[in-house]
Design a protein around this ligand. Structure first.
Ligand SMILES: [Zn+2]
Length: 270
């Protein structure tokens, strides 16, 4: 499942080719994407493409009467842009669920497993997720304390809660805790101020690095150009069970928390 860095990668790659384009026609091929009736888009100009939580948000103008489309990629969803004279690759063609014909090129949404979703909003505020973005400048030590609010949940499970920090999934939660030197079993509310500062700094550092590497690819994630991310090369603990910790050489351990695997180093995460 793509997490924050993978979604950010797709949005950053699509923005330069989509912003300024006008919609000629929207064709929704999969009835599941019609849960909400799409607005009339013909003639509208794409004003922005950005990440909003774990979704790609596309703004269609005009500014006085915009429409926002939030695309959740889920497991296998893929947004890509193709010039008019380039046919979609075979995978996109086979699993195509929606197509935006633009005044230059096409925006395609393909999704083999069909868990991806479209949601339409009249304002950006309504598309905002409940949690705060971990890369937002509004997230500081004080705000983090408010979010933690004496919770006794273990810190790994807490990081996966989308109503606190949005966009962190199983891969980056393990990596962040290793970078911060915090045991995944610690109760989040019991972390002292220094540990909280380390948690916040590690969250920003790991997510920023992963964005720079265009995300992590195991099996499904492909960016807007059908390429894989490269962050898997830098993973310190995720799926490295029994292999030596890169910091202290202790074998990496795997535990199950909330039915999900957590990877950690018993040596340097106490
Ligand atoms: Zn270690």
């Amino acid at each position: 499942m793509p997490e924050l860095p993978e979604v950010e990668t797709v949005a950053r790659q699509l923005a330069p080719v989509l912003v300024g384009r006008r919609v000629l026609e929207l064709r929704i091929l999969d009835p599941r994407l019609r849960v909400q009736r799409p607005p009339r888009l013909t003639g509208r100009r794409i004003e922005a493409v950005e990440r909003c939580g774990k979704r790609v948000l596309i703004e269609f103008g005009p500014a006085g009467d915009p429409r926002f489309l939030a695309v959740h990629l889920r497991m296998t969803g893929r947004l890509s842009w193709r010039p008019d004279d380039v046919a979609p690759d075979p995978t996109s063609r086979k699993h195509l669920r929606a197509q935006f014909r633009l005044d230059r090129g096409r925006l395609l949404f393909a999704d083999a497993r069909r868990f991806g979703t479209f949601a339409w909003y009249p304002t950006r505020a309504e598309a905002e997720p409940a949690g705060i973005d971990p890369l937002s400048p509004q997230l500081d030590a004080h705000r983090l304390d408010l979010l933690i609010d004496h919770s006794v949940q273990n810190v790994k499970t807490w990081l996966l809660r989308q109503d606190r920090l949005v966009g962190i999934g199983n891969i980056y939660a393990s990596e962040i805790l290793h970078a911060a030197g915090i045991s995944p079993q610690s109760a989040i509310g019991a972390l002292d101020p220094l540990q909280r500062r380390r948690l916040l700094a590690a969250t920003r550092r790991i997510l920023t690095r992963a964005i720079r590497a265009c995300g992590t690819t195991f099996s499904d994630f492909e960016d807007a150009y059908g390429l894989s991310g490269s962050y898997q090369r830098y993973l310190a603990v995720y799926e490295r069970e029994d292999r030596p910790c890169r910091r202290c050489a202790t074998p990496i351990a795997r535990v199950v928390q909330g039915q999900r695997s957590t990877y950690h180093c018993p040596g340097c995460q106490r």
